[in-house]
Design a protein around this ligand. Structure first.
Ligand code: DP6
Length: 327
């Protein structure tokens, strides 16, 4: 007799957005106002095991061996409810999740976390989904998680309904040898989460202008990626990061995610470029800086970073990586 264990383990990568998701059309299901483009990070992953257990009354969630707090557990339980409903399961679940990057490293763990959770929960519930369906489900846990489902370089089509808002791979991981040199200047948890930040986006007087320019920007970056035109690509991602942070800083109340170190690194990257080292920065909702360079330049970037005055807590070098998969 085959015993159906109702247990599965999945791994999923974190991702860095080149064209950002900031501001939602619909808050509940995380429908964004614009398409976004990202790269999965090969060395920053979450591994999650889900086991539905008839003997359990409440969901139990551990993250890196520690019991998750109430808010985190509730967010995971709400997400599991999607799979319980689809799989007609009433049992509670045991969820064990570990990140191979340090907690609070400024790498968003909600993207890798909800992508891995979705795939593990689907499989544990005996459900089979297409990649598109899985991306739709992951998105409902955390918007950016839908981009951690497909491989490599990814586009999330904003759509205008839950079914039409999902991510797909536009280039495989080995398409382009570029790197993300992640510069961790603070391991501290940010005060305002992305989820809270999204709600403030519309209060910036520059938000409408940002959204109006998005379609053109997405078309331009895809063209630069098709041509492997690193210079045009880099200029677009830098301008885009500053555009999003301008919206953040002019929201009511304003959101300042940068620290003095962030600005020193921004200025240094621009200076290095002027002296022939072609690298560009992008920054998410936090003070840490992602320096995007070509594979051949990564060691030079790291050497340059070590000459800065800013205290750098950690440097992580990531290459384009695969999407979510069962293990
Ligand atoms: C700045 O996906 O974390 O990293 O959907 O509320 O979970 P929720 O938000 P989240 O937002 C990510 C914002 C960002 C930009 C990006 O990754 O595109």
């Amino acid at each position: 007799m085959i015993v159906n264990k109702m247990k599965a383990t999945a791994v999923a990568p974190a991702n860095i957005a080149f064209i950002k998701y900031w501001g939602k059309r619909d808050v509940g299901p995380n429908i964004p106002l614009n398409n976004s483009i990202s790269m999965n990070l090969d060395c920053a992953q979450t591994t999650t095991t889900v086991e539905f257990d008839p003997a359990m009354k409440l969901d139990q969630v551990t993250i890196s061996g520690q019991a998750a707090g109430k808010t985190e557990t509730e967010r995971v339980s709400r997400h599991l409810d999607l799979f319980r409903k689809l799989g007609k399961i009433n049992h509670a679940a045991k969820v064990e999740s570990t990140n191979n990057f340090p907690k609070g490293a400024g790498i968003a763990s909600s993207a890798s976390g909800f992508a891995a959770l979705s795939l593990a929960a689907a499989s544990a519930a005996g459900l089979k989904f297409t990649q598109k369906q899985l991306s739709v489900l992951a998105r409902q846990g955390s918007g950016s998680a839908c981009r951690s489902v497909p491989d490599g370089f990814v586009e999330w089509a904003a759509g205008d309904s839950s079914e039409s808002s999902f991510a797909r791979s536009i280039f495989s991981p080995d398409y382009w040898n570029i790197c993300d040199v992640i510069v961790i200047v603070s391991h501290q948890q940010k005060k305002i989460s992305s989820t809270e930040g999204h709600k403030l986006a519309r209060s910036s007087p520059f938000f409408d202008t940002r959204i109006k320019g998005m379609e053109k920007k997405v078309a331009e970056i895809k063209k630069a990626m098709r041509k492997k035109d690193f210079s045009s690509f880099g200029e677009i991602i830098e301008a885009e990061a500053i555009n999003m942070h301008a919206v953040m800083m002019t929201s009511v109340p304003p959101l300042y995610y940068w620290s003095p170190e962030t600005l020193e690194i921004i200025k240094s990257v621009i200076e290095w470029r002027e002296s022939g080292l072609e690298a560009y920065f992008t920054i998410d909702a936090g003070p840490n800086v992602h320096i995007i360079c070509q594979g051949k330049d990564k060691s030079r970037v790291v050497r340059k970073l070590k000459t800065l005055r800013s205290v750098i807590e950690q440097i992580i070098i990531a290459k384009p990586g695969k999407g979510a998969r069962l293990i």
